[in-house]
Ligand binder design. Structure first.
Ligand SMILES: N[C@@H](Cc1ccc(O)cc1)C(=O)O
Ligand SMILES: NC(=[NH2+])NCCC[C@H](N)C(=O)O
Length: 381
């Protein structure tokens, strides 16, 4: 009788956003029961939360803003739907380890309530067979990748390379506010009340999120909106020598996956025509699907729950996940986009996702596509 053989883990291989997906890490939101709205959080989400900053604390002034458990339960229900849909498409779904409840973390300079590993796109970039852990902007996220380490070691055992940007101290002067001040915005509402310590002589640090990148085979687009990001782009160029990194000059404050999603070579989904000018010349002649208008009725109404801080924009659902060049997983609450994609010949797998604006993530954010079929192709010439 032949001996049963255990299937070895697959090799990490992910160079793009659209070739056939074989394995993915899907985030989880267990115990996501608060946003800790301290200054690094407020600055990160400033574009979206500035209009409501007066209401970002509890009535007694607490920065730990509770999230009603009904919303977290509903989010988890929607994420299970995503897990089932991906499994149904033949994708192997891995999950981060379960986070603890109410975990408070402390550095020598600040303390924060840890964020669960929901938006796993943000603190890591997979570049081919290399795991790159990025340099968190939000203090509460500094240990988030620990919960992905079981998955990372699995790929490491199977031969992956593993790099990490220098861990930022996120002291009081580490973050660059110039993206906002250049636009004439006053950031004092984000930075007021900062209690973090400073480190003499440190100044602006390397701070960068994986979701500031879009991967296109041998090319990677990198959004650089300030000096924190500039330092990271240099690090990427110095440390990942086999890929070409293209600087997008302040296309957004940070993440770009609710602005641009490449769907297949020569076709991209884009928030609106004004974003074309940020792209490399070779992409300007790609075919484009622009994000269709959507109805406010597709967004839940939270008035009765009293929790109204939308950390994500109305464009969050651009943030779809491709299973292959013809198959995409899209929020069923964006029927306008589903129609446009189907008209273009895509098979759309609809999955319901209600609270994307409260937890700040769509399906692209929730996932880290670790194994896709494509290689370091040249899609830009
Ligand atoms: N303005 C940012 C802020 C943000 C980032 C991450 C989120 O999960 C939510 C919001 C968005 O483009 O990218
Ligand atoms: N990888 C992510 N977390 N992306 C989220 C991008 C959200 C974007 N700021 C928006 O508000 O639409």
């Amino acid at each position: 009788m032949p001996q049963p053989t255990s299937v070895p883990p697959p090799a990490l291989n992910s160079f793009d956003e659209f070739t056939r997906l074989e394995e993915v890490v899907l985030g989880r939101a267990d115990h996501y029961n608060a946003h800790h709205t301290e200054p690094s959080w407020r600055l990160f989400f400033y574009d979206n939360v500035a209009p409501v900053l007066g209401r970002h604390t509890t009535p007694s002034g607490e920065e730990l803003l509770p999230i009603p458990s009904q919303l977290t339960d509903e989010l988890n229900e929607d994420i299970s739907g995503l897990a089932d849909a991906l499994t149904g498409c033949g994708v192997n779904v891995l999950r981060p380890a379960v986070p603890g409840k109410d975990v408070d973390i402390r550095s020598p300079h600040w303390d924060a309530r840890a964020t669960p590993p929901l938006n796993v796109r943000d603190q890591t970039i997979i570049l081919g067979n290399t795991i790159v852990e990025t340099a968190p902007h939000i203090r509460a996220r500094i240990f988030e990748n620990d919960l992905l380490k079981p998955a990372f070691y699995r790929y490491y055992e199977a031969g992956a390379n593993w790099l990490s940007m220098p861990r930022p101290a996120l002291a009081s002067d580490s973050l660059d506010t110039s993206y906002f001040t250049r636009q004439g915005l006053d950031v004092s509402r984000a930075t007021d009340g900062e209690t973090a310590g400073s480190i003499e002589g440190l100044g602006l640090e390397m701070v960068f999120d994986g979701a500031q990148c879009m991967r296109l085979g041998r090319d990677v687009l990198v959004n650089v909106a300030n000096h924190n990001h500039e330092l990271a782009l240099r690090w990427l160029r110095d440390n990942v020598r086999n890929l070409r990194f293209h600087r997008l000059d302040a296309m957004a404050d940070n993440h770009i996956d609710s602005v641009l999603v490449p769907l297949r070579p020569g076709l991209m989904l884009l928030r609106s025509p004004e974003y074309l000018k940020y792209l490399p010349e070779a992409m300007q002649s790609w075919d484009v699907i622009y994000a269709p208008e959507t109805d406010d009725s597709n967004f839940p109404d939270y008035t009765d729950l009293g929790f109204v801080i939308p950390i994500g924009s109305r464009y969050m659902d651009i943030n779809l996940l491709s299973v292959d060049e013809d198959t995409v997983v899209v929020n069923s609450l964006y029927p306008e986009l589903i129609t446009v994609l189907e008209r273009r010949g895509f098979t759309v797998v609809p999955v319901r996702h209600r609270h994307r604006r409260l937890f700040g993530g769509g399906f692209h954010c929730f996932t880290l596509d670790t194994v896709r079929r494509g290689g370091p192709e040249d899609y830009l010439s």
